[in-house]
Design a protein around this ligand. Structure first.
Ligand code: MLT
Length: 338
């Protein structure tokens, strides 16, 4: 009799453990996050911080596995996959979202953002909120947070570039982004549009001579191994949104949605502090590694004049009208530059 009771007890314990394990398995999920850059940069920083916060506030129900270095495809492919729902999350440069959501082109207009403060004001204020909504509609992805990566500086393997005319004859890779292509055309050259994950090899094999990206990206991607000259231009501040598939977001409970939004916001602030703490040191490190950094001549006047006058009017329509540009400038406390 005693034996019978103890074996019934055993069955009960096993059943409870099994039910508990099954229910945990049913509830706990692991999401995939694609990153275009190598680990150690701002994409990695915003992504890991977001993952930590999400795991903590969901009580371990949602974990995130990060896939850096374009392992899950080019940045534009990963935006497309989030839109289709075959990928959960990604951190990509804003210029790689613009082809799917033309209105965010406002943030890639050359010399629109002139400082980290401008970048934060635009992304965290009503304009950023509006762009998030536009992107949900146009691209099927929701921006949860932002990596702030610094200005994109120009690098090349051939010679110092200080004036617009020094660009002549250089083959420069740009992302497949119409505004960036138009900017280099305004500077007098025909750039080579190319996906991010092909760029290092193209520089190494000298298919192209140069490219532009922030100091931190040039550093984590080891571009100092294949590039010598840096021009400290400030035409584009690199913003890198952390996006989630809108379908996935909509399937979450209101409580989880709140956690996702809060984790994105907190991770953005973390990244803002990270770039402030890191950028100067990285610049020095790049010099130690053999890069030569030059400032553009005349306070960049010629670069600025050509890029604004010739490029902005071409994109007023796609970014929501000239009034949108005026509203943005007003918010930043500036006048039209031409
Ligand atoms: C690009 O140049 O395509 C991107 O800015 C690269 C990046 O995401 O760091």
């Amino acid at each position: 009799m005693k034996r019978r009771i103890s074996s019934i007890g055993m069955v009960c314990v096993v059943t409870v453990v099994l039910i508990f394990t099954l229910s945990l398995t049913a509830q706990a999920v692991e999401w995939k996050m694609a990153l275009g850059d190598a680990s150690g940069g701002t994409q990695w920083e915003v992504g890991t911080q977001f993952a930590k916060l999400l795991e903590k506030h969901s009580n371990g129900k949602i974990t995130v596995a990060l896939f850096p270095n374009g392992q899950l495809g080019s940045e534009q492919e990963t935006v497309q996959n989030c839109r289709l729902g075959t990928l959960d999350l990604a951190v990509v440069a804003i210029n790689n979202v613009t082809p799917f959501s033309p209105k965010v082109g406002l943030l890639t207009l050359p010399y629109m953002i002139l400082s980290l403060e401008d970048a934060v004001k635009l992304t965290q204020g009503p304009i950023g909120q509006q762009l998030t909504e536009d992107t949900i509609k146009a691209a099927g992805v929701r921006i949860l947070g932002w990596a702030y990566s610094g200005f994109r500086v120009l690098t090349n393997s051939k010679r110092p570039v200080r004036r617009v005319k020094d660009l002549k004859g250089l083959v420069i890779r740009v992302p497949k982004n119409a505004i960036m292509i138009a900017t280099y055309k305004a500077w007098g050259i025909n750039p080579t549009p190319m996906a991010w994950d092909e760029t290092f090899t193209a520089l190494q094999q000298k298919v192209v001579d140069g490219q532009d990206n922030p100091y931190i990206t040039n550093y984590v991607m080891k571009f100092y191994e294949v590039q010598k000259y840096v021009t400290n231009i400030r035409y584009l501040f690199s913003l890198e949104p952390l996006i989630i598939s809108e379908g996935l977001f909509q399937r979450q409970s209101p409580e989880t949605q709140k956690i996702l939004l809060a984790a994105g916001k907190e991770a953005s602030e973390h990244c803002r502090q990270f770039i402030i703490a890191k950028e100067d040191g990285i610049k020095k490190e790049l010099v130690k590694l053999g890069m030569q950094i030059d400032d553009p001549a005349d306070n960049e006047k010629e670069f600025i004049e050509r890029a604004t006058k010739k490029v902005w009017p071409k994109f007023y329509k796609s970014i929501g009208g000239k009034d949108k540009v005026a509203e943005t400038l007003k918010m930043l406390g500036r006048e039209f530059p031409f």
